[in-house]
Design a protein around this ligand. Structure first.
Ligand code: NAD
Ligand code: ZN
Length: 347
């Protein structure tokens, strides 16, 4: 089959690779009908994540049709249209039984290299999905592939961060980064009752879209986001700040934007080992800081329902639809921030 493979830093290509097959009895193999390039793939592309070898198949966002099911799969049959979590979970271990599917030691991240479970990726004609009963969801008939794909990662990541913040209706949410995840955080905050949502980015077009989705835009290249947020909140700061960029600078910015007693929810992925923690500011402001990989299996049913009901429109961020042959160029343009969100159509 044809797939997008990692070759070297900033080099991916379309390659013929062996088709995946059911390996474990709880696996499903899907024929991928839609995949996507994610901001998380950029970290791989730039060589910031260890454990990638040439020829490794990339991609972790997907919608597909069940092709083959393992003998222990109970809820799916060939022909089912499915989407699912970028991070499969076994459903049976201690963390899974506690609902912390993102901490499953038996899972990993699809298409994220040897350090994340060595699972093949979905930017391909076929993909193997482990622990299918836990990881996958049938897509409701009236939800399109283009809507559904966001529930497996980008939307549910953002939604989960807002949910984990304990947002109280009426509160102000500031979102740093208006990429696909940040724009989903804007919509998630609104749907969960935020009074006001503020979006901070450096790219005017992304901020315009954030504004259309209901946020007050702040261009951090043109204005000081800290003084803007303080003046928008009567000097308090935001109740909740969602960091959706990745890296220490924007996490530190979040500590400046949050109000005393507020919550900083970081979802951006970073390869930095440590952060110089703003201990004194955090102490004097009594800030709650949380960072983690998204608990997609926990929240995907909620986001699928919200999308099905038309309460959230994730397709607002789709800017490109690429056949596999155009994906290597797509990575380059995405890295140059000339693409907001590229979907990948494998056939
Ligand atoms: P993206 O790269 O498309 O978007 C990032 C946005 O941040 C861009 O619009 C960029 O202009 C903006 N930005 C960069 N520097 C900035 C700054 N200093 N101030 C304000 N804005 C700035 O990525 P995405 O797909 O939207 O994902 C966002 C982050 O979330 C990535 O790091 C991604 O890896 C991560 N992510 C994490 C999880 C998880 O489970 N924790 C899941 C999905 C994605
Ligand atoms: Zn992703």
């Amino acid at each position: 089959m044809r797939a997008i493979t990692y070759q070297a830093v900033e080099e991916v290509r379309v390659q013929d690779v062996p088709e995946p097959a059911v390996q474990d009895p709880t696996d499903v193999v899907i024929r991928v009908t839609l995949a996507a390039i994610c901001g998380s793939d950029l970290h791989l592309y730039h060589g910031r994540i260890p454990g990638l070898v040439p020829g490794y198949v990339l991609g972790h966002e997907y919608v597909g049709v069940v092709q083959e099911v393992g003998p222990q799969v109970r809820t799916l049959v060939p022909g089912d249209r499915v989407t699912g979590a970028f991070n499969p979970a076994c459903g049976a271990c201690g963390p899974c039984r506690r609902g912390q599917y993102n901490l499953c030691p038996n899972g990993g991240v699809l298409g994220y290299g040897l350090a994340f479970g060595n699972l093949g990726g979905t930017q391909a004609e076929y993909a193997r999905i482990p622990f299918a009963d836990t990881t996958l969801r049938k897509v409701p008939d009236h939800v399109t592939d283009e809507q559904a794909i966001f529930t497996g990662d980008v939307l549910t990541t953002a939604y989960g961060a807002v949910k984990n913040s304990g947002l109280v209706p009426g509160e102000t949410v500031a979102v740093i980064g208006a990429g696909p995840v940040g724009l989903m955080a804007v919509q998630s905050a609104r749907v969960r009752g935020a009074g006001r949502v503020i979006a901070v980015d450096l790219i005017p077009e992304r901020l315009e879209l954030a504004e259309r989705l209901g946020a007050v835009p702040i261009n951090a290249a043109a204005a000081n986001p800290v003084s803007r947020v303080l003046s928008l909140t009567g000097g308090d700061g935001a109740d909740v700040v969602v960091e959706a960029v990745g890296g220490t600078k924007t996490i530190l910015m979040a500590f400046d934007l949050v109000r005393p007693g507020g919550r900083v929810m970081a979802v951006g992925i970073t390869s930095e080992e440590t952060l110089e923690y703003p201990l004194m500011a955090s102490l004097s402001k009594d800030v709650t800081f949380r960072i983690g990989v998204a608990n997609v299996v926990r929240d995907i049913d909620e986001t699928l329902s919200l999308v099905a009901a038309g309460r959230i429109d994730p397709t607002a961020v789709v800017s490109h639809r690429l056949p596999l042959a155009e994906v290597p160029d797509g990575y380059r343009l995405f890295a140059e921030r000339k693409i907001l969100k590229a979907l990948v159509v494998p056939d």
